[in-house]
Design a protein around this ligand. Sequence first.
Ligand SMILES: [Zn+2]
Length: 284
Amino acid sequence: MAKYDLRNNESVSGSLFVDTTCIDCETCFHIGPDIFEEKKNLSVVVRQPETLQEWQRAKEAILSCPTNSIGVKEAPAAFRDAVVKLPRTIVDGIYFCGYTSPDSFGATSYLIRHPQGNILVDSPRFNAQLVSEIEKMGGIDLMFLTHKDDVADHKKFREHFKCRRVIHKDDLSPDTADCEIVLEGSQPTILKSNLITIPTPGHSLGHMCLLYLDRYLFTGDHLFYNREEDKIYASKSFNWYSWDEQLKSNTRLLDYHFEWIFPGHGGWVHKDSEKLKDDIRKIK
Ligand SMILES: [Zn+2]
């Protein structure tokens, strides 16, 4: 529960606020880009929501914030009326889960509805409401872990849904040692029809991306999207293994076709495949 007495005074006044326990994970920025912004390395409210739809976004940000740093004082009627259902559809069969975890620094988790069983990409917080909605969608068959950082509540999801967890051998830790499917080497693996893992060492040694239908690429911490500059980038400062290897992994990704990029932090993007690849080629 966000604390009003810890409210960040950089915010505009009004009932929606962010407190100073914010860790600047950027989750709220892409949920409500016209409501939340970064100021002095913390998230603040730059405009109070007005319409029901804006309050829905604000409510989704409240539920998704990993540190419960967003709150409402004296909730207006529109806030009470706003209905938020997570996972929410992004595009046909691909869902944003919200409910991010502080254990993964607010990493974004996605759900893929697949005819051969649903796939959860990285781990959100194990939240009862989220779990209940995922149950209604048919549960989880596979939990794909892009890399060691974004595993959060993987054990609880495994226990509840009996899903098989997929991770690369080179990113195993004592916490993930009992994962059911441990991939090895640098070759892609077909997990289900139209669903392949692509090893992308760089950010971590065992990092992998996931490609679905030659259209949707889930990139974990390998690639991100910068909304202001409208471009794909990779982070040299958040690189735990090898920047040179990360660049080589980028070259290998260019062999595939994809039109959407779903990163592990920040927002996702849909563009012409060649435009996305042009951005990737420019990363040096
Ligand atoms: Zn990471």
